[in-house]
Design a protein around this ligand. Structure first.
Ligand code: NAD
Length: 321
């Protein structure tokens, strides 16, 4: 069995490799070649932790496995560890033997950022110039860094519930040489692309904060009850997702579907756009919205890519198992 420790991931994995792995697995999902297993997520009654498993099998990429981990809210304060902790386990689909154990923390951020980037590549207007960020926490920095590579953006605007966190994303914009401006939520109407990545349980971004032609990647809602944008916005938009079943149950679309504003059949797989079986954006004033719920196959795809890189560079640790 191979081990790729968390400490090695930053030197091995690139944004480009994560992007390719996620784009390919979204395509495989839409083609019916890859599927996710039902998600297990439990409040374990210890350290207020939420722990679970996300797994799947990609017959096209021959990737089988799971990500185990979750959220330990006291980690940072008590132990100076990040609150999200996860590990990916890959298995040989021919034999069922354990193939690799891979640190999943940085990979989670990279695969989540890759998902919104894939959506921007396929759904945002080609002439998008202003990107808006709703959220400025840990994931937001990864999201913005990756998104800036997808279009020729010349301005970043940002809003955050805790304004003192805005310098986190301002720093990323500055590093990319793009000016940053803090705005109020109605100011988001200037954006051609908006990424929301917050842990909110009630909507911040309202339907009238979004201009025609905008592409939104709603990335924070991955649990029942969470919500970042007004449900009416989904009724104004053409809605895409990584996986429809997750979108309507734990994703941003859960609210619009529950309120009867859209039906499950109104939510389309982003992979279908990648495969060319869905037209995606068809006009410049259409609002497109990607509901990125986060699927296990994304984790497996980036972990498999990092194992290949670690083997090629002689960094993977081999153990008898
Ligand atoms: P974080 O704790 O670092 O940041 C949280 C962000 O949410 C901050 O910007 C904070 O100001 C904002 N926020 C908190 N309460 C809010 C409220 N009531 N209204 C509006 N904004 C509020 O968290 P993070 O690691 O950046 O994760 C952000 C979200 O992304 C979480 O909900 C997490 O579960 C989710 N996530 C999704 C995926 C996916 O694949 N879709 C992957 C990883 C994380």
């Amino acid at each position: 069995m191979l081990i790729v420790p968390e400490r090695e991931i930053a030197n091995l994995m690139t944004r480009a490799a994560a992007f390719d792995a996620v784009e390919q697995v979204f395509a495989a999902m839409a083609a019916g070649d890859a599927y996710n297993f039902p998600v297990v997520r439990e409040a374990i009654g210890h350290e207020d932790a939420l722990y679970g498993f996300k797994g799947g099998f990609d017959r096209a990429g021959l990737t089988l496995g799971l990500k185990a981990g979750g959220y330990w809210p006291n980690n940072l304060e008590k132990r100076n560890l990040i609150n999200h902790q996860s590990t990916v386990f890959l298995f040989d689909p021919d034999t069922g033997r354990a193939r690799a154990m891979v640190g999943g923390n940085l990979l989670t951020a990279l695969r989540t950022a890759a998902a919104s980037s894939v959506s921007i590549k396929h759904l945002a207007r080609k002439d998008a110039r202003v990107i808006g960020m709703v959220g400025a926490g840990h994931q937001a920095t990864f999201q913005l860094r990756a998104a800036l590579e997808q279009r020729d953006f010349d301005k970043v605007i940002g809003w955050n519930y805790h304004p003192e966190m805005l310098p986190n994303i301002e720093k990323i914009a500055r590093e990319a040489g793009v000016p940053f401006q803090a705005v109020d939520l109605p100011g988001m109407v200037e954006a051609d692309v908006i990424i929301s990545i917050t842990s909110a349980f009630s909507p911040s971004l309202m339907a009238d904060h979004v201009a025609p032609g905008c592409h939104l990647a709603c990335m924070g809602t991955d649990t029942k009850g969470k919500q970042e944008v007004e449900a009416a916005l989904l009724a104004r938009a053409t809605v895409f997702t990584d996986e429809v079943a997750q979108s309507v149950s734990i994703g941003e679309a859960q609210h619009a579907v529950a309120e009867g504003l859209i039906a499950e059949s109104d939510v389309h797989q982003l992979g279908a756009v990648i495969n060319g079986t869905h037209a995606g954006r068809v006009s410049d004033d259409q609002i497109t919205l990607f509901d990125g719920t986060g699927v296990g196959l994304q984790d497996l795809a980036v972990a498999a890519a990092v194992v290949d890189l670690a083997v090629a560079q002689g960094i993977a640790i081999e153990v008898d198992f």
